[in-house]
Design a protein around this ligand. Sequence first.
Ligand code: ASP
Length: 604
Amino acid sequence: MLDNLGNLERTHSCGQLRAEHVGQTVTLMGWVARRRDFGPLTFFDLRDRDGITQVVFNEETAREAHAKAKQPRGEYVIACTGEVVLREEGQRNPKIATGAVEVQARALLILNDARTTPFQLEVAGGETLAAEDLRLKYRYLDLRRPQLQANLRMRHRMLTEIHRYMDEQGFTEIETPIMIKSTPEGARDYVVPSRTFPGKFYALPQSPQLFKQLCMIAGLDKYYQIARCFRDEDLRADRQPEFSQLDVEMSFPTLERIYTLVEGYFARVFRACIGVELPVPFPRLSYAEAMRRYGSDKPDLRFGMELQDLAPALEGTTFAPFAAALAGGGGEVKGVVVKGGAKWSRKLLDELQEHAKRYGAGALAWIKLGDEVSSSLLKALGEETIKGVAAAAGARQGDAALIVAGKAKTVAASLGALRIEVAKRERLIPENVYAPLWVTEFPMFEYDEEGDRYYAMHHPFTSALDEDLPLLERAVEGGETQLLGQLRAKAYDTVINGVEVAGGSIRIHRRDVQRLIFKALGMTEETARERFGFFLDALEFGTPPHGGIASGIERTMMVLANTENIRDVMAFPKTASAADLMIDAPGEVDPQMLKDLHIRVKEA
Ligand code: ASP
């Protein structure tokens, strides 16, 4: 038989009691995390969102309650009333905040029972060993784990600070619609069929990009929103099909104004959530420099290991792979130095080679400056040249150098990835250090070899640097298409510890320039009108210069909560194939509903 709660009020949470409460009569309510029976004594670890308190039922002083205390098992919901007592010296538990005391209970209510949970909620250290699919199916149980609850509370703290900060900065939160028409951000849209317009679909926003620009055209001046965005793309560890972003747009902005606003935002959130003072202003690296030095447009600056150009040391080489890369046409030979890497085994080097190949490298060459010089290039280059190459890379006695040759893009991608992989394996990344930076001057366009066309690196509403605008005209109107690859954008990303936590741009506010960009992207006037007619019209009614940024809430939370799994920082996430295992979505719908929506599903 279960008990009724009646009018019983809890007096404290399970994380509250300290030595100063000794002698008070209290009532706690929560879940049974653990029960231990020692003859006349029965102990409970009672858990709620605030923490854990030890509750004891003593057969001598509370016979009836002690007998009843044999019933509740793990995850039963109970209420206990009793007196707070100091634990004996040796019995204290410094691992929990309430560890100095326990509650000597005299009454017990069993408010609800619980089936045996499909996985053990917690093992030592706050971790769980259960398979993630099982945890996702029973997400409400997984969420009982203190670590996940702490993350969700931190997320709330972050959102609260955002609202305060943006309000102080004079921004207005404006909600934009969820059922819209496709906005291009480079991913596939999720769509919703229309009942009233047969054969037509709404799209869910990949971001409120055009709406926030329209807010500027409307004269709203400073917009922000915690926007829910939807992108149907292949999921990775740091992606979810729906996610939130702090979305911002302002009129008459300078780049400096945006940088200051965003630095203030991150400084505020890091201070509020984890008590860390971020160094402001953030350093800035142009995209070109970031790629050159770190092989990445989101470099992790917590450690060195910069990429070194080895071309000068290899001048005149006849070794075919290097000679081919350096023969002109944008190839490179670069390397990174691993301190103490001379002790590395062949097996480890083979593993790193595999890693580099995953990022497109044809091969990974290495040099080890141990007691003797050893290298995969020894036969090809000879010891003298190898020593020169190692010195050019900056390797000293005891170090190793890892070398990749090929197209600049491949060299950057593979060495950039190796830099991170090696730093992780060698534990070169200091803990509790936060290294923010701006990456600026992204290219406007990226060339896609497969499709033989250029596409917008940020999105098609991004402005070019003023000094690069003449190139745009020449490229589009003068037929010098290859110039598109040289255009730099007024686009910027905020990166912290190698994670892209925000990205934005100054937008195009002139109709004529927007037209050129659409044309550069291979859109005819008709397609542009069809897709963005409303926006092109709006641009003709006095559009102010404007710009903005969006910062991923989950991405930032992952840095704050120090996790590599995005599911740790949201309440109800989906799997890598975009399924919600708990509610079993996506699901089928009633045939009548399909009929109303004018949809017939093809047999698979
Ligand atoms: N709409 C962009 C995004 O979601 C951000 C921006 O340009 O403000 O990434």
